[in-house]
Structures are given as structure tokens and as C-alpha cells.
Design a protein around this ligand. Structure first.
Ligand code: GDP
Length: 524
């Protein structure tokens, strides 16, 4: 591979921001884009109708609800690096797309609200990152407001998530008394209310300021010094290797809204965040980003970018090599070769879209129905596949049927497509073969209903059967009809595997107690 291409690849930093709604993901994204020069003023990323970011606002339902339904990709340059941020739906009703997006990144930034601590959605997303062993960088946000004690937050992080942490900086006061941060990593104090020259104070040998400054007399500063000493003595050491393995999370305190600590965070993050990583293949091998041949995999399919067309966009994470517009790509699963004349990259600004993309980048390919989520694509002739994307255990279920039985053909066609696309999970009852759909978030059902009507001309009747605990079965042969009941419904998934849908955790435990020979398991 040419040196220039190698350098291009090595400059990529591809990540997602994970957080619970309202922790400040959107605000952070705006500030990062601002530093990257991708936006001139910290405008809004969430697509207001006329805004630049309306590209992520293509679905009617997004407009109706004023939220971003599916992940989009933002790209900017900073410090010689090309940064790709994969946005994850931040609404309570997040979906499997959110999880799958995490399959396409090399690291993650976890936003935590300093007043709320670790929240449920953060835990779920964190687990997926952890499973992949990717580095996680934590930003504890909203220091300009009164929040919880920093030490308490660090403790909660370690306890609830089971990851070790290292504070890269430490707040000096908070809320109205927020004076700045003690930056352990860069050995300086950054003052909150001072611009320009006086903003950074150097830290001396003893951990105190190198030259005297009035802030030293403040009790908040003294408290911060004490805390930092405690961390130096009793806390974890910073260990770059452990950060890379996802075992240790560097923690930054700051305020995205007032833009405090964001730039230092970005600089430090880019210093330690990994460049594009190799990917495993289904046969146990692995593909290096620096392999000559272009390869990638599809982690998301987005329908109806343009409501006037039926086209879909398949989002590809490039694993190796370089992608050029107009190249031939093969999908070994089908197997079929396509000439890709229309591709699209999602940039945050109006600059001309670059015609090449390299390992680490995300591209969108126009799709007329050929691609599936999880597909491997390659510029070569090789017949290989990347490790399959994990399937996630849905938590919500509905029964669904066509409103007009005469139109059941449309109904089944629509379901088949949407299931293949990964928009929703398909199950059916054993004898009556009623259709049951499973999802990770309620929103998936709404999107389903909307798209069935608009794209497949099929109105559906949805009957909520609520939250269920789904468990697959290792020894299916031992399952008996008598084990099922209203609290333990037995259904089949799209691959005809048996699945129990338990009413709740209690019903699951009761079942396990009673039928100890049945070995149950969940997906991710
Ligand atoms: P998201 O749902 O995670 O994308 O969160 P948003 O970025 O939309 O932020 C949720 C709310 O918190 C908004 O009202 C923001 O203005 C506010 N917010 C975000 N960051 C900060 C911060 O650093 N300080 C304060 N006080 N508010 C913030």
C-alpha cells in the first residue's frame, strides 16, 4: 500500500457518543463540529427543517416527533486527524440501529450528566461497547450546574459499569462556583471565567500552581488539590494500553453548553483514541485496515432518504483499503457484483464531498433492495464474510395483522423487507402462525407502522402484548407443550428457532426453577 494512503487511514478516528437522553450528546456534537470548523456557529445538529443538518431529518416521522430516528454520520478534520462521529438516536425510544452503530466504531465517548450519574440507556450502550472491547472515554457534563460530588460520580461509574476509571482532570467547584478544572494530564489549571492568556495556569512539581494566583486562596481549589492528591495515591494509574483494551476509561469533567473543557477533551481524546482497527472474518481470520483490497460491511440500511424515491441507503463501514466512486464491488452472499456510481458521504458542512473514502470511513451506497444488514462487500473477488453482526434481544413485542385481509400479500412483502433490513425482528406463534414483532425500542413499531402504510400500502393492526423477557433454547428437543402458558409463551424466530417469551423476570426464574433441564440463553 502506498504511504499516502496508509497515512490517510492512520488519521481516521471513528467513534459514537453514547448517553442517556438529555445528558448533552447533541450539544457536545455541535461543539466538536464547531472546533472542527465544520460549522461556523454552534447551530443545531438536530435537523430543523431548513437547517444544514436536515439530511438526518428525512423521515416524516422524525419531523412529526422532532427527533432523530436513525443514526447519521458527521465528519470533520482536527489536528491532522479526520474525525467521523456516528450519531446514535438519543431519544428514549432508541432502536437496534443504535446498537448496530456501535459495531462500526473504533471507540466511544460516554456522556454523563453530573447531576444524574449513570442512567439506564447509558448502561445498555456501555455494555455493547464493553462486549466489543473498544476504548470508552467518559465526559461528565454540566459542571456549570450544581451536580453530584465528583468522587461519588467516579465511584458510581466503577461500581455500576464495572470499569476502572482515571480522572484526566478534576473540577474546581461547580454550578455558580465553577472556577475551572485541574487538568492532571496536561499539568495545568484551566480557568472557567477567563479568556485568552490568563486562561491556563501551569502546575508545578508539587502539584500546586507554578506561579502564585488568587485562585489558590479559594477553598474550592484547595478541595480540588486534596482530591487530586487522593487520586494520585489511591486511584488507578493512567495506562494507555488498558485504555485501548477498554479496561480503563479516562474521565473528563466539563460543560458542553458553556464550551468548557471541550477542546482539551477533543485534543486528548484524539491523542489516545485508536485509528481504524482490524476486523475478524467469519472463518476466524482477520482483515487489516491496511490491506490493499477494499472491504467493508453494512451496519445499517436507511429507507427513504428522499421521500420521492423508494431507494434505500446502505451504510458501509470501510474495513480495509480505499473506496472510489465508480468501482466494482461484490457482495459474496448473493453473490453479485455492482458498479457503484452513486455513493454518498455525510459531511457536516457544504464542502465538496471527497470522492475517495478509506478504511475507518463510513459511506452510504444507494440500494435498490440488494443489500442486507451485516453484508460483507469487497472490491476483490474473494469469497469471504466478516463476522456476523450480533442480534440483540428485543424487549418489546406486538402482534400484528393486516387491516384489510385482501391485502395480505402487501403485508407479507412489507414485513419481509423490513425484517431483512433489520428495522424490526420477526417471530410467529407456533400453530396459528400469527406475526409477532420484537423491538428494542417502542419507536421501531411506530416506524414500522408508518413505513408499511407509506411504502407497502399496507395498513396494519397492532396489538401490544407488552414487555417480555425473550430466551432462546439450547436443547430445543426437550421442550414440551406443557411447559408453555400465558406467562411463558412459545414462539419461533425468523430462523425457526424456538423462543420463550416470559412475562417478566419473575416468570423466567419460576420457569428455570421448575424446568432445570431446559437451558435458556439470551442474545446480546
Ligand atoms: P441529548 O439528548 O443527549 O442530545 O442532550 P442535548 O444536547 O439536547 O441537551 C439536553 C439539555 O441539556 C439541553 O437543554 C441542553 O441545553 C442542556 N445541556 C447540555 N449540555 C449542558 C451543559 O454543559 N450545561 C447545562 N447547564 N446544560 C446543558
Amino acid at each position: 500500500m502506498e504511504d499516502q494512503l496508509k497515512q490517510e487511514i492512520a488519521s481516521r478516528r471513528t467513534f459514537a457518543i453514547i448517553s442517556h437522553p438529555d445528558a448533552g450528546k447533541t450539544t457536545m456534537t455541535e461543539k466538536l463540529l464547531f472546533f472542527g470548523g465544520a460549522i461556523r456557529d454552534a447551530g443545531t445538529v438536530k435537523g430543523k427543517k431548513s437547517g444544514k443538518f436536515a439530511t438526518s431529518d428525512w423521515m416524516e416521522i422524525e419531523k412529526q416527533r422532532g427527533i432523530s430516528v436513525t443514526s447519521s454520520v458527521l465528519q470533520f478534520d482536527f489536528d491532522g486527524k479526520r474525525v467521523n462521529i456516528l450519531d446514535t438516536p438519543g431519544h428514549e425510544d432508541f432502536s437496534e440501529d443504535t446498537y448496530r452503530t456501535l459495531m462500526a466504531v473504533d471507540s466511544a465517548v460516554m456522556m454523563v450528566d453530573s447531576a444524574k450519574g449513570i442512567e439506564p440507556q447509558t448502561i445498555k450502550l456501555f455494555k455493547v461497547c464493553r462486549m466489543r472491547g473498544i476504548p470508552i472515554f467518559t465526559f461528565i457534563n454540566k459542571l456549570d450546574r450544581q451536580g453530584r460530588e465528583p468522587l461519588e460520580l467516579m465511584e458510581e461509574l466503577e461500581e455500576v459499569l464495572g470499569i476502572e476509571s482515571y480522572a484526566m482532570n478534576w473540577p474546581i467547584g461547580m454550578g455558580k462556583e465553577f472556577m475551572g478544572i485541574y487538568d492532571r494530564h496536561n499539568r495545568r489549571v484551566e480557568l472557567a471565567r477567563t479568556e485568552g492568556e490568563g486562561r491556563y495556569l501551569e502546575v508545578g512539581e508539587e502539584g500546586d500552581l507554578a506561579t502564585p494566583h488568587p485562585i489558590q486562596d479559594s477553598s474550592y481549589f484547595q478541595q480540588a488539590l486534596e482530591d487530586v492528591m487522593l487520586l494520585d495515591e489511591a486511584g488507578n494509574d493512567f495506562d494507555e494500553e488498558r485504555v485501548r483494551r477498554g479496561e480503563l476509561t479516562p474521565v473528563f469533567f466539563g460543560s458542553a453548553l458553556t464550551n468548557f473543557g471541550v477542546q482539551t477533551f477533543l485534543e486528548t481524546y484524539l491523542q489516545f483514541a485508536p485509528a481504524p482497527q482490524p476486523r475478524n472474518t467469519a472463518d476466524g481470520g482477520s482483515v487489516s485496515p491496511y490491506d490493499e483490497e477494499f472491504t467493508g460491511f453494512i451496519f445499517k440500511i436507511q429507507a427513504n432518504m428522499n421521500p420521492a424515491h423508494r431507494d434505500r441507503i446502505a451504510f458501509v463501514r470501510i474495513v480495509s483499503g480505499e473506496f472510489d466512486r465508480g468501482m466494482q464491488v461484490t457482495v459474496p452472499r448473493i453473490p453479485k457484483t455492482f458498479k457503484v456510481s452513486q455513493s454518498t458521504q455525510f459531511l457536516a458542512d457544504d464542502r465538496e464531498t471527497v470522492n475517495i473514502a478509506v478504511a475507518g470511513d463510513i459511506i452510504g451506497l444507494y440500494d435498490t433492495g440488494n443489500y442486507q444488514i451485516g453484508d460483507t462487500i469487497t472490491g476483490g473477488k474473494g469469497n469471504f464474510a466478516f463476522e456476523p453482526l450480533p442480534q440483540f434481544t428485543p424487549e418489546l413485542f406486538v402482534k400484528v395483522s393486516p387491516k384489510n385481509v385482501m391485502k395480505s400479500k402487501h403485508f407479507h412483502k412489507g414485513i419481509l423487507q423490513l425484517v431483512q433490513e433489520g428495522a424490526i425482528q420477526y417471530y410467529k406463534t407456533l400453530y396459528t402462525e400469527e406475526v409477532i414483532l420484537g423491538a428494542v425500542g417502542q419507536l421501531q413499531f411506530e416506524v414500522f407502522e408508518h413505513r408499511m402504510k407509506n411504502e407497502y400500502n399496507s395498513e396494519v393492526v397492532i396489538q401490544h402484548i407488552g414487555q417480555k423477557v425473550a430466551r432462546w433454547i439450547e436443547n430445543e428437543g426437550d421442550v414440551k407443550e406443557s411447559m408453555t402458558g400465558p406467562r411463558a409463551m412459545l414462539v419461533k424466530d425468523r430462523y425457526d428457532k424456538l423462543v420463550f417469551l416470559f412475562e417478566n423476570d419473575f416468570a423466567l426464574r419460576w420457569f428455570q426453577d421448575k424446568h432445570q433441564d431446559i437451558r435458556l440463553f439470551s442474545l446480546l
